[in-house]
Write a protein that binds this ligand. Structure first.
Ligand code: ADP
Ligand code: MG
Length: 391
């Protein structure tokens, strides 16, 4: 049912979304049995806050602008309505999901595939840069109804006349703030201007930046705004420690932390590519299953490493802030800030890799007297405690 379809008034669930704060269980959303089955298989019993508030208005074809902290289940929040919107007999791409990075695009593709596990007719294509365009052209030939894409590669495929967006009715911009911050404003606008049949634009973001508001203003019609604040419930439970150590002491301390706690999934953050490689090398020498990823490592290698980390073959992932963007590996037990981040925001992003989906995590930050000012700034910014740990 399209937004302007007169039939939609027949819909039993007519909501006044402005009177807001209404939350619905999965049952109350009256989802198709195939989706309910998938949700159950994924182990989701109750919707998260953002899911409880976005799914219904999205099903009703409203434009959406949703702000919610990371790890609150935004992917499923848009994945469910996107799948419900598909019309089996229609030709062409119906749903377009834009993501800022390849890792995120891949992850969204995986979660959508899980959600669509019992919908045999659904085909999902994931296209992103850094991979041979030939393979991705092949994917498009399989006539997907859903496309997950990074903006650059998508435009490339559009210009080669491989991808046509004429039939798209649902557009989702995931991590809209980051996408627009990364300089994709023109690309996003180029894509949005090429879709004559769009009935719904949904933007998901951790923050409401100026550029997010601009795109909303230009392209959305009376969007339903959903703001989920970080509450104690969805705020990740992360114990934070500072450890005074520098130079080689940090390596010993890292190995000790891993051994003493029997950690099997740890992310170690450094500020430079060079440092990630050096730390991974030294950890390997010390007998730790470590690998590094950073911007200069080619795509297939990065994917291999992330996969290894996900399935447990690699227990320590050493990375830069850029390389870690959008990676959501389940069950990261600890984050170690081998080097204190230069930006306060990076600290939040780094430690947010652990303690996801209601699980407890732990974060360690190495400091030395010269880093005291930086450290205090982070503590003020995050308004949290960072206990001093001696090892
Ligand atoms: P966000 O995009 O908001 O950062 P994600 O969509 O990546 O969050 O979801 C974070 C984690 O929460 C994922 O591992 C996902 O499988 C899980 N998750 C999503 N929805 C639910 C739910 N309703 N119940 C339990 N876990 C969920
Ligand atoms: Mg997300």
């Amino acid at each position: 049912m399209k937004k302007n379809d007169p039939l939609s008034t027949e819909n039993e669930i007519v909501q006044d979304y402005d009177s807001d704060q209404q939350e619905f269980s999965f049952e109350e959303m009256e989802l198709s049995p195939e989706l309910m089955q998938a949700i159950e298989k994924m182990g989701f019993t109750d919707p998260t806050g953002v899911q409880a508030r976005t799914i219904l208005p999205m099903l009703d074809w409203h434009d959406i602008i949703a702000k919610a902290p990371t790890g609150t289940g935004k992917t499923t929040a848009f994945g469910i309505p996107a799948l419900e919107h598909l019309e089996i007999n229609e030709q062409g791409i119906q749903v377009l999901i834009l993501a800022p990075t390849r890792e995120l695009a891949i992850q969204i593709g995986e979660e959508m595939t899980e959600l669509a596990a019992y919908m045999s007719h659904v085909r999902i294509a994931v296209v992103y840069g850094g991979r041979s365009i030939g393979n991705q052209i092949e994917e498009v030939r399989h006539k997907p109804q859903i496309m997950v894409a990074t903006p650059g590669r998508l435009i490339d495929l559009m210009k080669r006349n491989v991808v046509h967006l004429g039939a798209v009715h649902t557009v989702i911009l995931d991590e809209a703030d980051r996408m627009l911050d990364m300089g994709f404003v023109r690309d996003v606008r180029y894509v949005l201007d090429k879709m004559p049949k769009v009935s719904q634009i949904a933007m998901f973001s951790a923050t409401m930046s100026r550029s997010v508001m601009d795109i909303s203003w230009i392209y959305q019609r009376e969007p339903v705004e959903i703001v989920v604040e970080a509450s104690d419930e969805n705020k990740p439970q992360i114990d934070q420690f500072q450890i005074v150590a520098n130079g080689a002491e940090r390596l010993k301390a890292t190995v000790k932390l891993i051994e003493q706690n029997s950690f099997e999934k740890v992310m170690v953050f450094c500020n430079t590519k060079y440092m990630t490689e050096a730390v991974a090398r030294k950890l390997k020498k010390a007998g730790v299953k470590a690998e590094s990823i950073h911007g200069d490592i080619n795509q297939s290698m990065r994917e291999k490493v992330i996969k290894g980390f996900r399935n447990g073959n690699i227990s320590v992932l050493v990375c830069t802030d850029v390389a870690a963007r959008g990676i959501d590996v389940e069950g990261v037990e600890a984050v170690i800030n081998y080097e204190i981040p230069n930006e306060n925001e990076h600290y939040t992003h780094r430690i947010g890799r652990t303690g996801r989906a209601g699980r407890k995590g732990v974060a360690y930050t190495f400091t030395s007297p010269v880093h005291q000012v930086r450290l205090e700034s982070i503590i003020r910014y995050t308004r949290t405690e960072m206990e001093l740990l001696e090892i």
